[in-house]
Design a protein around this ligand. Structure first.
Ligand SMILES: Cc1cc2nc3c(=O)[nH]c(=O)nc-3n(C[C@H](O)[C@H](O)[C@H](O)COP(=O)(O)O)c2cc1C
Length: 325
C-alpha cells in the first residue's frame, strides 16, 4: 500500500509502532521495521544518551530498514538531557523521530537539519495544527480511546480523525484503538494515511516484556481500562488493577488537593517492575481500550501481514461489492 506516510518514511506498510516506555526496545522496533512497518525505540527508557546510542546500534544490527526514536517531553521528576539524546539520534543515523508531550519546536531545527522526519503525537486538532505550523512533517492523532495520555478533551477517533482531515495539510496517522484491518481501512476512510498502534504491539511475540503483561492484555476487555491522574491534568489510560483502584480512591478522597507526591507509589519507577519482572500489581501502566480486540500473541510479521491482506479483502471485496450492488 502506498500513502503519503509510506512515502514520507520510506516504509512498505502504513503501520507504525508507537513509542512505549519499557516496551520500545530494539527487539520490538527491529521486528516491526523488518515486517515493513516503522518500529520505534522509546528514547527515555534508556537511562542516558549513551545507552540510547547503544540501543540504536543494537537495532541497526537487527534491521537494515528505517526505524524511529520516540522523544517524550512530559513532566517528570528530573528533566532528561534532551540535547544529548538528540545528538545520539542524529549520530545514530535514525531517520524518523516521534515527538510527544510538550511543543517540540526548540528541538526541530537540529533534527530536521539532519534530515530526520518528525511525527508529533497530538490529542487534539488545535495541537495538530500547531505541529503543522511549527514545521512537523506529520502528526499522529491520538483519540480518547488510546493507551497512555489521551489529553483532556475526550474526543474519540470517530470524530477526531475526520476533524483532523478537514483541517490539516500535512499527513497524519490514526492512533488509539487501532488493532486490525478494520481499524486501518476505517482510519484511511476518515482521512488518515496510516495507523499507529501501541497496546496491540505489546501482545506480540517479539515485544521484550514479561509474558504476564501480554496475557493481561489478551485477558482484558474493552471495559478494563481506567483514567487516572485527571485531577492533575495529566490523564493516563491504564489497565485496571489494584494500583489503579488505590490511585482512584486517593483522587476521590483528596479531590483538588491531590498532589503528585501522594501518588508516587503507584506511578513513579513502576514500569521496569511491571514490564520486565511481570509484577502486575507494582503500579499503573498504560493500556488502551483496544485490549478488548486483542485475543492472540502473533509475531509482528504475522500481525502486519494479516492486517494488510485483510485490508485488501475489505477494500476490494466487502466494500467494493457494496458499491457495485
Ligand atoms: C505501555 C505503554 C507505554 C507508552 N509509553 C509512551 C511513551 O513513553 N511515550 C509516548 O509518546 N507514548 C507512549 N505510549 C502511547 C503509544 O505510543 C500510543 O500512542 C498509544 O498506545 C496508542 O493507543 P493504543 O494503545 O490504543 O494503540 C504508551 C502506550 C502504552 C500502551
Amino acid at each position: 500500500m502506498k500513502t503519503r506516510i509510506t512515502e514520507l518514511l520510506g516504509i512498505e506498510h502504513p503501520i507504525i509502532q508507537g513509542g512505549m516506555h519499557y516496551v520500545g526496545f530494539a527487539e520490538l522496533a527491529a521486528a516491526v521495521s523488518n515486517a515493513g512497518g516503522l518500529g520505534i525505540i522509546t528514547g527515555l527508557t534508556q537511562q542516558s544518551a549513551g545507552d540510547l546510542a547503544n540501543e540504536i546500534a543494537r537495532c541497526k544490527d537487527m534491521t537494515d530498514k528505517p526505524f524511529g526514536v520516540n522523544l517524550t517531553f512530559l513532566p517528570s521528576l528530573s528533566t532528561p538531557d534532551y540535547p544529548a539524546y538528540i545528538r545520539a539520534v542524529i549520530e545514530g543515523g535514525v531517520t524518523v523521530v516521534e515527538t510527544a508531550g510538550r511543543n517540540p519546536q526548540e528541538y526541530l531545527p537540529a533534527l530536521q537539519d539532519a534530515g530526520i522526519k518528525i511525527i508529533h503525537k497530538c490529542t487534539s486538532v488545535r495541537h495538530s495544527l500547531k505541529a503543522q505550523t511549527i514545521g512537523c512533517d506529520a502528526v499522529s492523532v491520538d483519540g480518547f480511546e488510546c493507551g497512555g495520555h489521551p489529553g483532556e478533551d475526550d474526543i474519540p477517533n470517530m470524530i477526531l480523525l475526520p476533524r483532523a482531515a478537514d483541517e490539516l495539510k500535512i499527513p497524519f496517522v490514526a492512533s488509539g484503538g487501532m488493532a486490525d484491518a478494520r481499524s486501518l481501512v476505517a482510519a484511511l476512510a476518515m482521512g488518515a494515511e496510516g495507523i499507529n498502534m501501541g497496546t496491540r504491539f505489546i501482545a506480540t511475540r517479539e515485544a521484550p516484556v514479561h509474558p504476564k503483561v501480554k496475557q493481561a492484555i489478551v485477558a482484558a476487555s474493552e471495559l478494563d481500562t481506567r483514567l487516572v491522574m485527571r485531577p492533575l491534568r495529566n490523564t493516563e489510560r491504564v489497565l485496571n488493577n489494584k494500583a489503579a483502584a488505590s490511585l482512584l480512591e486517593k483522587e476521590r478522597t483528596l479531590g483538588s488537593e491531590l498532589k503528585f507526591e501522594e501518588i508516587i507509589d503507584e506511578v513513579a519507577g513502576v514500569y521496569p517492575k511491571i514490564m520486565l519482572d511481570g509484577d502486575m500489581e507494582a503500579g499503573v501502566w498504560s493500556c488502551g481500550m483496544v485490549a478488548g480486540l486483542i485475543n492472540d500473541i502473533p509475531s509482528c510479521k504475522e500481525l502486519i501481514d494479516n492486517i494488510m491482506s485483510e485490508a485488501d479483502a475489505l477494500i476490494n471485496q466487502r466494500l467494493s461489492n457494496m458499491v457495485t450492488s
